[in-house]
Ligand binder design. Structure first.
Ligand code: URA
Length: 239
């Protein structure tokens, strides 16, 4: 990404200092300088994978596993390319997400997009975004354990289909439920966790809604994003 554009994104999320002008991650398409456009184009997904995605989407849309189906407008599966290297996981749809059927499209979503763009990511090209809960809890209250237990299998199936190279958990609820811990967010940041049978690296950062309320912590979130980017780059180099 051009340094000036990255600066604009960083300014948009409230970070305009201490920026190394050469530290930007490049989009996946930039990673293989010699590759032709055709070589970079991923092959279409195998039919059975597409069918599994279709089945998952319609199950989520029709889900009645917990009482949240009584108050939601619609289930919200996720958004992004199904071959994305990055998977971002939040908590649950809010009012706007419930209305539009897409995760992170409200104010927090705009900040999330700016955070992702700051490290060269975009939900349209190289990052998939999902939530722990697929249905909105009324009044945006915290998810209840039984709701998480009912819904988590959908996310696990999503992860198995995506097989991301790295996962970024945004916020305490996502981090604690994915890692099966009660540890506070501050203790989960700054290190690489592993998720599932594929040992997928998982990095934790603040939820953008929290950052909107607590802008002083944006600087720490930027450290987390750079850390996640370096984990991703090292893994890409090793493969
Ligand atoms: N907050 C979340 O955790 N997820 C969304 O999709 C929107 C807001």
């Amino acid at each position: 990404m051009h340094p000036e554009r990255r600066t604009q994104y960083l300014e948009a999320i409230g970070i305009d200092l201490w920026l190394s002008r050469n530290s930007g991650a490049r989009p996946a398409a930039d990673r293989a300088p010699g590759a032709s456009a055709a070589e970079r184009e991923p092959p279409p997904p195998a039919l059975d994978t597409a069918a599994r995605w279709d089945a998952l989407r319609s199950e989520v849309l029709q889900c009645t596993r917990c009482p949240l189906h009584l108050t939601r407008t619609q289930g919200v599966l996720g958004v992004g390319p199904k071959r994305a290297d990055w998977l971002v996981i939040g908590e649950a749809p809010g009012a706007e997400e419930d209305r539009r059927g897409e995760p992170f499209v409200g104010a927090a979503g705009q900040l999330l997009d700016a955070m992702l763009r700051a490290i060269g990511l975009d939900r349209r090209t190289n990052v998939y975004i999902a939530n722990v809960l697929k249905s909105r809890p009324p009044g945006n209250r915290d998810p209840r354990p039984e709701e998480v237990a009912a819904c988590l299998p959908y996310l696990v199936r999503q992860i198995a289909l995506l097989q991301p190279a790295i996962m970024l958990a945004v916020g305490r609820i996502a981090a604690q439920n994915l890692l099966g811990t009660d540890a506070p967010l501050g203790r989960l940041r700054g290190r690489v966790h592993r998720f599932g049978e594929l040992n997928t690296p998982l990095v934790v950062t603040y939820h953008p809604a929290y950052l909107l309320r607590t802008p002083a912590d944006k600087r720490k979130a930027w450290e987390d994003l750079k850390f996640a980017r370096s984990v991703y780059q090292q893994r890409a180099k090793a493969q």
